[in-house]
Design a binder for this molecule. Structure first.
Ligand SMILES: Nc1ncnc2c1ncn2[C@@H]1O[C@H](COP(=O)(O)OP(=O)(O)OP(=O)(O)O)[C@@H](O)[C@H]1O
Length: 289
């Protein structure tokens, strides 16, 4: 569903109003690894239809936060709710079945398998977890089901423009293409919420522009709610509806890209790291640097 239709609302000033429904809610989450406090009392929510970004310096806790949502890590304290229900007792597979998909900072593809088969893995996961579809697949109409499945996968391949490598082993592809295949596999489970961990890391400008285009389309054309970690501040500020900033595991700022850019706490957190970028971006958006 296009973002403009979420909640039956219409675009406003280039940005589109989301439904107001809290799809995801992170409540007071803390996470410790022995003596390391990766997250301290982190709270935020993401509305259905939003493109929401988590930023922060290295080691700030961004991936740990995503892992608490996807189920890889269990918070030491606090709760993560999806559509109002706690996810804490849900397995990673359960969360995928509920409609939460993700990509990884370090690629997690099956290198020896073809691009098509990697995407079918995501699709199979979805089938396996849907009793009725699964039964239809195995008992009757298997051929029709299979054709429909293939068609869906082909649509994803077309969307991400990876037709030319569909038969290639994923491990032989360039880094940029592998990132795209990983996105394809995450799309194949047809998530309502997709968690993107640095989808543009290590890419050149052209590759970044491509991925940015796909991310916007996932959000606006496919109606997926997106939570994205990304280091490229220009991309984050251009694409996001709202942003939270983590530093040493704590939320130090939250709000629209403009508000976050103008926040002194954010400037201090990035001091010496990305200071010039922040100032340049603030100047571009007309905020005082
Ligand atoms: N499995 C783990 N075991 C021990 N410590 C961990 C583990 N995962 C993360 N940490 C620690 O938690 C803190 C936050 O790490 P995390 O990877 O979440 O940060 P990040 O903001 O994603 O960093 P980056 O931008 O460098 O990817 C760091 O101090 C890290 O060393």
């Amino acid at each position: 569903m296009p973002r403009g239709q979420v909640g039956g609302q219409t675009p406003t000033g280039g940005r589109i109003v989301t439904s107001g429904e809290r799809l995801l809610e992170v409540r007071d989450v803390s996470l410790r690894f022995g003596g390391v406090r990766a997250l301290s009392n982190v709270s935020f929510h993401v509305e259905a239809g939003e493109l929401f970004s988590i930023i922060g310096p290295n080691g700030a806790g961004k991936t740990s936060m995503l892992n608490c949502i996807s189920g890889r890590y269990r918070p030491t304290e606090g709760d993560v709710l999806y559509k109002g229900g706690s996810l804490l007792k849900r397995s990673i597979n359960d969360r995928a079945r509920l409609g939460i998909g993700r990509t990884f900072q370090n690629l997690a593809l099956f290198g020896h398998m073809s691009v098509l088969d990697n995407i079918l893995v995501g699709r199979h996961h979805r089938l396996k977890n849907n009793l009725f579809t699964g039964m239809a697949y195995w008992v009757g109409g298997a051929r029709t089901e299979e054709l429909a499945e293939r068609r869906r996968v082909e649509e994803i391949i077309d969307f991400l423009e990876i037709q030319h490598v569909r038969g290639e082993p994923a491990g032989t592809l360039s880094y940029g293409l592998r990132k795209r295949v990983e996105l394809a596999r995450a799309m194949a489970i047809e998530p309502e919420l997709i968690l993107l961990d640095e989808p543009m890391a290590g890419m050149n400008l052209e590759e970044k522009e491509d991925i940015a285009r796909y991310v916007v389309a996932l959000n606006q054309e496919f109606g997926m709610t997106i939570v994205m970690i990304e280091h490229d501040m220009g991309v984050v500020m251009d694409l996001s509806d709202r942003v939270i900033v983590l530093d040493f595991g704590k939320v130090i700022s939250a709000g629209t890209p403009d508000a976050v850019l103008a926040d002194e706490h954010v400037k201090r957190a990035y001091l010496g790291e990305d200071d010039e970028t922040l100032d340049a971006l603030a100047a571009e958006t007309g905020e005082p640097a």
